[in-house]
Design a protein around this ligand. Structure first.
Ligand SMILES: [Zn+2]
Length: 732
């Protein structure tokens, strides 16, 4: 389906480009096209909200034209910059993060595996296609050329006069951007353009250090650190494109086959756009806020899913409005894109991955996490190169806080109380210090430290502190020092020094009295696994009943489970049966599942066949030839195996073969019988490791849905029957 879409779009792009290539020069206009809003419902209240007087120290007017044939952006920006520091400035400094795409070594590593896959799927693309960059053509101040240098993602412009505190300068920068192919913050892939970091953006002048921030974009994580600014942007794009970006969007016809999409976005942390000819837009307006979802109408029932997400967005925004402070903008946008297992926050807009199947919208915590970033990143800014905890820790705590108050036990506070151990990196660490531990340290330890504060002072005081923190830093950049000061002022010195220690010292662990007890932990794991298995199977309603991982789901739901071994097997074979049993028992322990009944005596099995065994799901381990249950039910097993296309008799008589199959219980079609088998007396030693790994894989909720598989004596998979699991790639 994706491949087909790509073919369609490239045909369309080529057609457009042939006709309009004569008009490839950049458009440099002035001001903004005044037209009735087309994308968003017109409302004077919205307009007023957007155009409320701002005193943003930076104002951008950007005009750009997208040449979709060469995937280049030709742009011109006018930047009105006010020196709000106490220093006189001799230069202006911009980030040119688009230059991170000049080489693979400066591109973000988190997209590397996605790009490796894209490369494999698109062998016609060259390594150079995955690269890009920004050329600065000229910089002027009131018509006069200024000297500039663009190096290591930093554009430095020499002013020919001193910019004194409180003074304003207007600079015009003309630029050209090559958009890389693949999965990057700025890239094109299939039918979508991801437009982050596409124009020179002002760096933050740090008055306390008397210097501009010149940090290139992080290759391991994020380094978004901006001054809230006013934006007027006009993008000239093919008429067929839908463009999502922050602010009040208006659309005006341009030259034949093209249009100008314009927006005004005041007091906005950063400016990104997403464009696709295939976007459909679903929207809803409640209490003056419009939530829009730009999505691909590529599956049955998709519109209903989108509506559910929009509803969830309203719920989350309302919650954070009440707890922290008002979301001030008239609109909030969500875009669907091709990123896998990743979602990204931007100001007034979030980027989500491709929706697959029938997702559990209310349990989709990443969605709420990105929305929470509107408060912790967009409204309250921070330097996410040096203090990522401030946005990630608070966004993740907020997600859990929201889930808790929705009555979602699994994603609520219990998920924080489950302490996964200490890390010898402090929560306040920089991206460089934290390395690839950013998720456990910033997110999990970060939200835990905030939770400890919440428990220590109680919800009422905690909420008051959060409001004070919001009021102090909204539209500003917060720091950990500033956070601690606010805690000291609102919650007292003791609370301040306790959280300071939690954040600044390594090895933070939640106080034992706030952690889950052993019994609570077992129950929590059981509930978590139960909802995982059930959720995944519910999302795949067309799966056959005979699916190996379903036996875990049924057990977690409380159905009985019996394991049957053979006692007449050889000594070595018995040890092999025990090894498989032991690894199953370990899994059951971790999942908080009560241990199953284990039977091996022929007489006992015979006696229980009609009642207990007929009422139970069964896992058989070992050779069919010696297993008493298989021997007793053989004709029924052969018949049930036939139903799933498994040639039972032929397989069991084949030497040096091992594997698994799942069938309906011959005596009860509502129960399952799963057989981890090998032929002959023993499992070959060479295949044992792969055999055990395959057992775990086939039972897991995150792997493909297996019905049967066969291995040879070396452990090589020689045959399998399975259905794809959309979430499996997230776990590999
Ligand atoms: Zn985040």
């Amino acid at each position: 389906m994706n491949h087909l879409q790509r073919k369609n779009i490239s045909t369309r792009i080529v057609a457009c480009s042939l006709v309009f290539s004569v008009m490839a020069s950049p458009i440099v206009g002035t001001g903004i096209v005044k037209a009735a809003p087309v994308n968003a419902p017109a409302s004077s209240a919205h307009q007023a909200k957007e155009q409320a007087t701002t005193n943003s120290p930076i104002r951008y007017q950007i005009d750009a034209r997208l040449d979709e044939k060469t995937m280049t952006l030709h742009g011109s920006e006018t930047v009105i910059y006010k020196n709000t520091s106490k220093d006189s400035l001799r230069e202006l400094v911009f980030h040119t993060f688009a230059d991170a795409n000049r080489s693979e070594s400066t591109q973000a590593q988190m997209f590397a595996s996605a790009n490796a896959q894209i490369r494999k799927d698109n062998p016609d693309k060259q390594a150079a296609d995955f690269l890009g960059g920004i050329d600065i053509l000229q910089v002027k101040e009131t018509g006069k050329q200024l000297v500039f240098e663009n190096k290591q993602q930093v554009l430095t412009v020499k002013l020919d006069r001193e910019l004194k505190p409180g003074e304003t300068v207007t600079a015009q920068v003309d630029f050209k951007v090559k958009i890389p192919y693949g999965s990057h913050r700025l890239s094109y892939y299939q039918n979508i353009i991801n437009g982050a970091h596409w124009f020179p953006v002002m760096s933050v002048y740090e008055g306390s250090k008397h210097q501009w921030d010149r940090t290139p974009y992080s290759t391991s994580f994020e380094s978004d650190y901006y001054t809230v600014s006013d934006y007027e942007v006009q993008l000239n794009v093919p008429a067929s494109y839908q463009v999502s970006m922050p602010g009040m969007i208006t659309v005006q016809d341009a030259e034949a086959g093209r249009k100008t999409v314009a927006t005004t976005a005041n007091r906005t942390r950063e400016f990104v756009f997403f464009a696709s000819p295939d976007y459909k837009v679903e929207r809803d307006t409640r209490d003056g806020l419009t939530v829009e979802y730009y999505y691909f109408d590529n599956g049955p029932g998709k519109e209903k899913v989108i509506e559910a997400y929009i509803d969830q967005a309203f719920k989350a925004i309302q919650f954070f409005n009440d707890k922290y402070g008002e979301y001030p903008y008239p609109e909030f946008r969500i875009v669907e894109s091709h990123v896998e297992g990743l979602a990204v926050e931007f100001s007034r807009l979030i980027q989500m991955g491709m929706i697959k199947g029938n997702p559990d919208v209310e349990g989709h915590t990443a969605f709420v996490h990105e929305i929470a970033h509107q408060w912790f990143h967009s409204l309250i800014g921070n330097n996410s190169e040096t203090e990522s905890f401030l946005d990630e820790g608070f966004a993740d705590f907020s997600t859990v806080y929201f889930s808790e108050k929705q009555g979602d036990v699994m994603n609520g506070f219990k998920s924080i109380q489950l302490d996964e151990g200490a890390f010898d990196t402090a929560i306040s660490a920089s991206n460089t210090e934290v390395g690839d531990l950013w998720q456990p340290v910033y997110y999990h330890k970060g939200r835990q430290a905030i939770y400890q504060l919440y428990r220590t002072v109680g919800e009422e005081k905690f909420d008051l502190f959060m409001k004070a923190y919001f009021n102090r830093f909204v539209y500003q950049n917060a720091t950990i020092d500033g956070l601690l000061e606010t805690i000291g002022e609102t919650l007292g010195k003791e609370a301040q020094s306790e959280i300071e220690q939690a954040l600044r010292q390594p090895n933070f662990e939640l106080k034992p009295e706030y952690q889950l007890t052993d019994a609570e932990r077992a129950e929590y794991m059981h509930e978590m696994m139960k909802s995982m298995y059930h959720g995944v199977l519910a999302q795949n309603p067309d799966l056959p009943f005979e699916t190996i991982s379903r036996i875990m789901d049924k057990t977690l739901q409380g159905e009985p489970l019996t394991v049957v071994l053979s006692e007449s097997a050889s000594k070595k074979a018995k040890a092999q049966q025990q090894a498989v049993l032991k690894s199953l028992q370990t899994t059951f322990d971790i999942f908080g599942i009560q241990q199953p009944t284990v039977l091996s005596e022929r007489q006992v099995i015979k006696k229980k066949l009609k009642n207990e065994l007929a009422n139970s799901n069964v896992i058989v381990i070992g050779s069919a030839a010696t297993n008493p249950l298989v021997q007793a039910l053989k004709p029924g097993i052969i018949k049930r195996a036939d139903d799933i296309g498994f040639k039972w008799k032929a397989t069991m008589s084949k030497p040096n073969t091992a594997g698994a199959y799942i069938i309906k219980h011959p005596h009860n079609q509502k129960r399952l019988l799963l057989h981890f088998f090998w032929t002959g007396d023993q499992l070959s030693t060479a295949s044992a490791e792969d055999y055990n790994a395959m057992i775990s894989k086939s039972m897991s909720f995150s792997s493909a849905f297996y019905q049967f598989y066969l291995m040879d004596q070396t452990g090589k998979l020689v045959m399998e029957k399975k259905n794809d699991n959309a979430i499996s790639e997230l776990f590999e």
